[in-house]
Design a protein around this ligand. Sequence first.
Ligand SMILES: *Cc1c(COP(=O)(O)O)cnc(C)c1O
Length: 375
Amino acid sequence: MIHFNVPPFVGTEIKYMKEAVESKKICGDGKFTHRCNKWMQDNFNSHKVMLTTSGSSALDMAALLCDIDPGDEVILPSYTFSSTANAFVLAGAKLVFVDIRPDTMNIDEGKIEDAITTKTKAICVVHYAGVSCEMDTIMEIARTHGLKVVEDAAQGVMSSYKGRALGTIGDFGCYSFHETKNFSMGEGGAISVNDELYIEKAEILREKGTNRAQFFRGQVAKYNWVDFGDSYLQSDLNAAYLWAQLEQAEAINNNRLHTWNIYMEAFSDLERRGIIECPKIPEGCVHNAHMFYIKCKDLNTRQAYIRYMKENDILCVFHYVPLHSSPAGKKFGRFHGNDQYTTTESDRLVRLPLYYNIAEENVDKVINRTLEFFL
Ligand SMILES: *Cc1c(COP(=O)(O)O)cnc(C)c1O
């Protein structure tokens, strides 16, 4: 059986977890958490990155930091995971879904401005498959209308847009280290706070509403409950696991890109002949091979392809059911404008097995069975 995903494992995870256990400090913000935070700050060129319990909780934090009042609106794509939307529901916002671009499956920056009302407070973009949204245009729209920008960069660790790491361009960036992502700690995530005015608020929100972080830095004499907060600190055990992988981030990233490029090369002929479509990487975007997908002619072809691959012991999977067509999407939001691409493109998309250290013979099998099916 060729699995769709196998969680990354480099071998030093257990050594570091043992070290964390023996240090007798396994709660949040221990040695490994600090190492991971610093690594991300240095590599992403961010003032402040903090590990969280999940990508979802990083998104919750970002949404809660957007100063949303009841009835305010947030613009986001419908083609995304429920967590992107949940965060803004938690913050009390109404969701306004906008169509995607067919080439990257990212929010169509050309359709955002028309969805802005007097109630709009923020734009939340999702960098699908670790390929960046058109951030220059999006940031310009946001600055013109005084809106916050949250980047759901859950899939975008090690990706960049015009030389800047994803998650560091908007006001807040959110990463995921779930076991299905490029780097993992089982469950976990991180938030990059890019507007320095929000760093202190973010620390307080993450630390149950207390100013403990300032206390530990010696900035205040005792710590207090100063605002609303929650617990978004993950255990240092999880951070130890992640640290092993961040230390080898370059190798993991290159390994994934290698597989991605093999797929791309192998399917170029099918694409030239108009049988399938492959991912598009816009100019200025450097991606992290989070995902390799193809788009079939239509839904029926995709389902037949998934079935054919499964019969051959290969697990290929479709992706998001658009949120605006789901029960909670209808309850909490509305779709602005025409759904020209969101539904049709998501119906056609299928993801192929791609994970760290996938055996080349397995990649060959996926390719050969795929060529067999389509030719
Ligand atoms: C994985 C993912 C999330 C959620 O991350 P968790 O760590 O699983 O909570 C949110 N948004 C997107 C786009 C994701 O891919």
